[in-house]
Structures are given as C-alpha cells and as structure tokens.
Design a protein around this ligand. Structure first.
Ligand code: ZN
Length: 268
C-alpha cells in the first residue's frame, strides 16, 4: 500500500480537502461519433465537485470544427463560473483571417488563460507558418499554449514541439498527452526546454510512466489533465495518487504547478 495521506483521503472520501486538483486539459460539450454522458456545464461542475477538482481550464469541442461558434460558446459558459472554470481560445490555422479576428476579439477577455492548438485534428503542422500569428500573440502576452502532441504524428510529434518551444521562449507550452507513444522524446523536450511542461491526459494510464516522468524530468514540470468530459477524473487522479512518487510530487502534479502557471494569467 502506498504511504500517502492524499491517497488515503481519496480512497475514503473520493476527494482531498487540502489538495484540490487543477485540471489543465478539459473540454466541454458533445463530440460527434461518441456518447459522453456528462457533458453539460452543470454535469461537468458536478463531476468536479464529486472528484475534488477545484479548478479547470477548457476548450470547447465545437471550437475544433467551428472556431467562431465554439469560442463564443466556451466564453459564455466559463465567464459564468469565474474563479472555478477558465478557457483556452481555440485557434484553427486553416482559417488565418478568422483566427486573427478571434485573437483580437478575445485576447483580453478575462476568462482566457491561453490558446488551444490541435495540429493533428486540423491536419496542419505545429511548425507551419499559419501558426505564427497565434504564437506571436501568446508570446507578447506570455500566455499558456496547450497543444495536442502525439507520437509519430506528422503534425505534432515531440520534435515539432521542441522546434516551436525554442522559437518562442516566452510562451509556456503544455504538451497535451505528453507526446503519447513517444514519451521518451517528449520527456527529453520537457527536460531541455524550460518552457515545456508534460500534460497527463491519457498518458497517466501507462504503467510506470508517471514515476519515470518525475524521475527524469522532475515533478515540477508535470501538470494534471483528463480531457473531461471524455474521461472520469477519478481514474486519472487515482493514477497520480497511487503512483510511487513522493507526497510533494503528488501535490505538485495535481495542484501546485498549475496554480503557479495560472498565477498572473487569471484576471478574475
Ligand atoms: Zn483534449
């Protein structure tokens, strides 16, 4: 049995009073082709409550296909829950004119802490020219950029993240899914680039990986996420609290690193 007060409290109550979780990779709403049973704002907030998630940052599913409609939607939802729920502005490089307009329209809105990029979904490489306005925008405001990263992807494998992370040192990059399938390479990028953090969605389920990340990259470079409403936070939190890492590392991953990154970027 793991010797952890956080793990014990989770097993007994389903949450931890002094270690509220911060979810840095969440979504919102339905997604074509898959049924997600708790995808309304009310259900997502109830899930947070049940699982001891204190704060969450989301990009809307709609925004992946329809940036304009989806960003408006997530703005309206998250601004009603300021202090609890924040947003990433989705930027689609295939629509650079609209993208620029979105940056201008929402760039100073207090609900946004950064940008969400999904190069694989948009079939456009992270290193491509059409992303430049988004990176320049994020660099000028020192925003967080959560980008999907996936092993072997022509659009967002870890090597491509390394390239843009070096080009934009002012931007804080969260490597969504930690380059799933190319974990070693992604860990190397997070170790070498001070502005790259590993994000745990889906990666948490790989046995021994959290331990390996903490050992080789350091607990201070890992943030929690679980793609809510795709996956239940309890599973992901369980993977962290039952990992063979120190109690300090658990706190850093579940909560403290994210709060540090959000400091000064949360305007409400
Ligand atoms: Zn996601």
């Amino acid at each position: 049995m793991i010797d952890s007060a956080i793990a014990r409290e989770y097993l007994e109550t389903g949450r931890c009073a002094d270690c509220g979780v911060v979810d840095m990779h969440a979504h919102y709403g339905p997604f074509g082709g898959i049924a997600m049973v708790n995808d309304s704002p009310e259900q997502m907030l109830a899930t947070m409550e049940r699982c001891g998630v204190e704060l969450m940052v989301s990009s809307g599913h709609t925004a992946l296909a329809d940036m304009v409609r989806g960003n408006a939607e997530i703005t309206a939802i998250t601004e009603r829950h300021a202090g609890r729920w924040y947003a990433y502005l989705t930027y689609n490089p295939n629509y650079p004119v609209l993208g620029r307009r979105e940056l201008e329209e929402y760039g100073n809105h207090p609900t946004y802490v950064g940008l969400k990029l999904h190069p694989t979904f948009h079939r456009y490489p992270l290193t491509g020219d059409a992303y430049r306005p988004a990176f320049a925008f994020a660099a000028a405001r020192r925003l967080i950029v959560l980008t999907h990263t996936w092993g072997g992807s022509a659009y967002d494998r870890p090597e491509l993240l390394a390239e843009v992370a070096r080009r934009y040192p002012e931007v804080t990059f969260l490597a969504g899914h930690s380059g799933h399938g190319q974990f070693e390479e992604c860990m190397a990028v997070a170790r070498e680039c001070p502005n790259v953090y590993l994000e745990l969605t889906a990666a948490y389920a790989v046995r021994g990986l959290i331990e390996s990340m903490v050992e080789t990259v350091g607990a201070h470079k890992i943030v929690f996420g679980c793609d809510l409403p795709w996956f239940d936070p309890h599973y992901a939190i369980g993977c962290v609290v039952m990992a063979h890492i120190s109690e300090e590392a658990r706190r850093a991953v579940l909560r403290e690193n994210a709060l540090r990154l959000l400091e000064g970027r949360r305007r409400v």
